[in-house]
Design a protein around this ligand. Structure first.
Ligand SMILES: [Zn+2]
Length: 415
């Protein structure tokens, strides 16, 4: 990656001076984009927020689960770079907003979420996933009271496993992740009982220091789909690792450029799938189950509710309803596309009763190709070369003073 983009010099001070001009141009080429700069009382830079119009519009067609995380900036003024992102229905990172904050604290996180709320309204459908950072969680709770907050299962596992004493921590971590991912309360309870017996100290920690409705699928009160970690933000952070050492504008430009590339690539992926009604991830999943599903024994129980009894190859019975889009294994209920048994019922129904039902009607609309296409409908543009900028004088004249350098602050503390 190069930091010589858009003809912008890499000097950190220049980045602050030219910030308003850069943001003006970013908004010019990306209509609907929201940007905000917060200065302190001495007109020094404090926070910056950017949500690109194309991303905000696209999120309307996407599952309402947002992962949030921050990474340190390694430039001479420090601070943190924050990402809020969703996951597209095909399992890929979908950027929503990013920000630069002076550090992670209640005031900065509250400001960030207030900015986010100006483009993504609070709703009971909304779920935020993050690490267990208390100020972040508190800020979400106060700014988005309707939304639910969930802990990243992977990060929680990393904390939990250290309470395992002399037992193998990797296995304890693995067992904990499994607990978070059961689909039925019975399966969870039975595994949790065994967990208590095998690892009493870890069990005690989990009981006393975690809330199950924030990490265990069976107790999670909202639709979380298959999200239980913030690994996608982690990988986004690693994509921009080098850029976090640069001055602000080259870094922002690198981020916008990468997001623009993603939009272009995903548009191509969408156009390759336009003949199928479901996104490739779900299409391939159902395709993979098809052979087994069509061999399972299916018996009609209720022809009004399209309820069926399905017996799997091990002889275990399940009840699935094509009307309720639900199965007693609960996989369909949580994932929002048919489980093996639901698929068996669908194959039975279309073969024996009515061939007019399309499989995509049994999935959440968020997995429909047509909605996936809408998420990438707009083009995401990078700011053109500086030589072609056309910024009004009153914006050019507003200059931001850089914040205090972190090294200077450090020396003050030592002295
Ligand atoms: Zn099932």
């Amino acid at each position: 990656m190069s930091n010589h983009v858009s003809g912008i010099p890499g000097s950190p001070e220049k980045s602050y001076k030219m910030m308003y001009s850069y943001l003006y141009m970013l908004k010019q080429v990306n209509p609907g984009t929201k940007t905000c700069v917060k200065l302190d009382d001495a007109s020094k830079f404090k926070y910056l927020f950017i949500a690109l119009g194309a991303c905000i519009e696209g999120f309307a067609f996407m599952r309402k689960v947002i992962a949030v995380d921050a990474t340190s900036l390694k430039n001479k003024y420090g601070g943190v770079l924050v990402f809020a992102e969703a996951q597209d229905p095909n399992g890929q990172s979908y950027p929503l907003a990013f920000a630069v904050l002076d550090s992670e604290n209640l005031t900065s996180w509250t400001w960030f979420f207030e900015m986010l709320k100006s483009v993504i309204p609070d709703s009971s459908e909304l779920v935020f996933m993050s690490e267990r950072n208390q100020s972040l969680i508190f800020a979400i709770g106060s700014v988005f009271p309707e939304a639910h907050h969930g802990h990243c299962l992977w990060h929680l596992k990393e904390k939990v496993k250290w309470h395992a004493g002399n037992v193998n921590k990797v296995i304890v971590g693995h067992k904990f992740m499994e607990l978070g991912r059961y689909y039925t309360v019975d399966d969870f309870n039975s595994a949790y009982d065994s967990f208590e017996k095998r690892y009493p100290a870890v069990y005690k920690y989990v009981q006393e220091h975690t809330e199950k409705d924030k990490w265990a699928r069976v107790f999670f009160p909202r639709d979380r789909y298959n999200f239980d970690t913030i690994n996608s933000v982690e990988s986004m952070k690693s994509v921009f690792k080098e850029a976090t050492t640069w001055a602000l504008i080259p870094m922002l430009d690198c981020i916008v450029r990468k997001f623009s590339d993603w939009f272009t690539q995903r548009k191509e992926a969408v156009s390759r799938s336009i003949d199928t009604s479901l996104v490739p991830l779900v299409e391939n999943y159902l395709h993979g189950l098809w052979d087994v599903a069509q061999k399972l024994s299916v018996r009609e129980i209720n022809s009004y509710e399209l309820k069926y009894e399905i017996t799997d190859t091990a002889g275990k019975m399940f009840w699935a309803s094509l009307v309720e889009k639900s199965c007693t294994c609960k996989v369909w209920d949580y994932e929002k596309f048919p489980c093996l048994h639901g698929l068996a019922a669908y194959i039975y129904f279309t073969t024996n009763v009515d061939g007019g039902l399309n499989i995509h009607e049994l999935c959440s609309k968020y997995y429909w190709t047509e909605l996936w296409a809408l998420a990438y409908d707009r083009t995401l543009c990078v700011v053109p070369d500086m030589s072609s900028w056309n910024v009004p004088d009153q914006i050019k004249e507003v200059k931001i003073i850089p914040p205090d350098r972190i090294r200077r602050k450090g020396r003050k503390r030592v002295g």
